[in-house]
Design a protein around this ligand. Structure first.
Ligand SMILES: C[S@@+](CC[C@H](N)C(=O)[O-])C[C@H]1O[C@@H](n2cnc3c(N)ncnc32)[C@H](O)[C@@H]1O
Length: 195
């Protein structure tokens, strides 16, 4: 039976997330972290279970990060890039040797990959709010994603608004789209594959 409770993340994460929203509403873009349903959908769409090098943009309080780690092979590496220093510290509490946390902007994606000597990512997952960031910043982030993805690599972005798709179409082409209604608010999940 469906239980409304499963839509809700853990209490302490929810409080930390709300505090983050109050600090930087435009950067965080939501008052509540993603639901378990959305976490599972984006992990599945990104093919995390088959990936060796994974990147998460905007992990927030880490529910999505934990879902990625749970699905990832033991030999894989996850780089989480988070703009908010308090959220980055929160993520560093996750005890998993496969996780690397970088505090900074997704705009620095290429440099951070080189600094950590990571393989080109097979999957990049993003929850960052493209609708509230300057147009040119969003474009730079998507160009960086196009440049760093491994051949066949997947870029999965979940968003309430369509801003990420509008920014990405000229750079990455038409996405596949799937809706996740069991989330507050309901989300669109977009996927692009690098040829
Ligand atoms: C909607 S929240 C998603 C949090 C979490 N992944 C989830 O789904 O519950 C967006 C996150 O992106 C981060 N963020 C916003 N702009 C960013 C940027 N340019 N680079 C990295 N992280 C960014 C915010 O600080 C926030 O943690």
């Amino acid at each position: 039976m469906f239980r409304f409770e499963t839509l809700r993340p853990q209490q302490d994460d929810r409080l930390a997330f709300l505090k983050g929203f109050l600090r930087q509403p435009r950067d965080v873009g939501s008052v509540i972290p993603s639901s378990r349903f959305l976490e599972r959908k984006m992990v599945r769409m990104a093919g995390v279970a088959q990936a060796q090098s994974v990147i998460e943009l905007g992990p927030g309080t880490g529910g999505t990060t934990r879902a990625i780690l749970a699905a990832m092979p033991e030999s894989a590496t996850l780089l989480a890039i988070e703009l908010d220093p308090a959220f980055a510290d929160h993520i560093r509490e996750i005890d998993d040797r496969r996780l690397i946390v970088h505090q900074g902007s997704a705009e620095q994606l290429a440099e951070v990959i080189v600094a950590h000597r990571l393989r080109p990512p097979d999957a990049i997952l993003s929850g960052i709010p493209f609708s509230t960031m300057p147009h040119e910043v969003g474009t730079r982030i998507i160009e960086a994603i196009r440049d760093v993805l491994a051949p066949g690599g997947r870029f999965v972005a979940y968003q309430f608004r369509a801003a990420v798709a509008e920014r990405a179409k000229p750079i990455l082409g038409e996405p596949e789209v799937s809706a996740e209604f069991l989330n507050i608010p309901p989300m669109r999940v977009y996927r692009w594959r690098k040829r």
